[in-house]
Design a protein around this ligand. Structure first.
Ligand SMILES: CC(C)(COP(=O)(O)OP(=O)(O)OC[C@H]1O[C@@H](n2cnc3c(N)ncnc32)[C@H](O)[C@@H]1OP(=O)(O)O)[C@@H](O)C(=O)NCCC(=O)NCCS
Length: 210
């Protein structure tokens, strides 16, 4: 594998993570104007970051080539939950006030929470979760994703947690998870992706038992 170094996320990484996420999911252009895609993804990264306790960047020549944000239950104390709640309020109100401009923000919010609810129902008892995970397109297939996941799995094992779950869908690389050893725990109609794609689309919950 190419020489990769790892370091914790810092707030200066938000823009790069937003750019990598915007490149990974161009479908968001169906709900925000082109110039608002990266600002929208910044909000998504902020929310993911608030929900995560394991935040790791993979770098090639000091340039961020990928990252994994994950949550390990025992690590999320009261303050962490409070700050996650605050981030949700802040980001939600930004979107509702039109910064960045989201087409039909109330419909988007309804679809987002409908999917979120289904995911939560399928992941009860989960002790850890992959929240946001991306490797830059030109660096995929080099083993960076596997290395980031290995490190998350080690961190989860260290905390004696036994299950990792995640939500994914057909526009994401769910095959990676199957190759890694995750199994599909649930399939459901994904309200948010159906809204993005304007055709009925499934969402999946995967789980890995350690
Ligand atoms: C998922 C992702 C992070 C994987 O990163 P990566 O660095 O390309 O993955 P790796 O090179 O470490 O691949 C690890 C293994 O998965 C396999 N794999 C990766 N993508 C695969 C695919 N589409 N189908 C089958 N196997 C796949 C690789 O062949 C490799 O197998 P091996 O280790 O047994 O040789 C990357 O594809 C990505 O960023 N995708 C877009 C965003 C996304 O979908 N994220 C997940 C959202 S829930």
């Amino acid at each position: 594998m190419t020489k990769v170094t790892f370091r914790p996320f810092n707030s200066g990484d938000t823009g790069r993570c937003a750019q990598l996420s915007a490149d990974a999911w161009p479908i968001v252009r169906s709900v925000v104007a082109k110039e608002d895609v990266v600002p929208f993804m910044r909000i998504y990264v902020d929310l993911s970051r608030a929900a995560s306790t394991h935040l790791e960047m993979a770098c090639l020549d000091n340039e961020v080539a990928g990252f994994l944000l994950g949550r390990i239950n025992g690590d999320a104390g009261g303050m962490k939950r409070l700050s996650a709640g605050w981030s949700y309020l802040k980001s939600g109100s930004k979107l509702l006030l039109g910064r960045p401009r989201l087409r039909r923000p109330l419909v988007f919010a309804r679809k987002f929470f409908a999917t979120e609810l289904k995911v939560r129902q399928c992941t009860t008892g989960s002790e850890a979760e992959v929240v946001l995970f991306v490797v830059e397109a030109k660096q995929r297939g080099l083993g960076i994703g596997r290395a980031l996941m290995d490190r998350f799995v080690s961190a989860v094992r260290e905390r004696q947690a036994r299950t990792i779950t995640l939500y994914t869908e057909p526009l994401s690389n769910w095959r990676f998870y199957e190759r890694y050893g995750f199994t599909r725990r649930a399939t459901f109609i994904d309200d948010l992706d159906t809204y993005f794609r304007k055709e009925e689309t499934e969402g999946y919950v995967y789980a890995l038992n350690l």
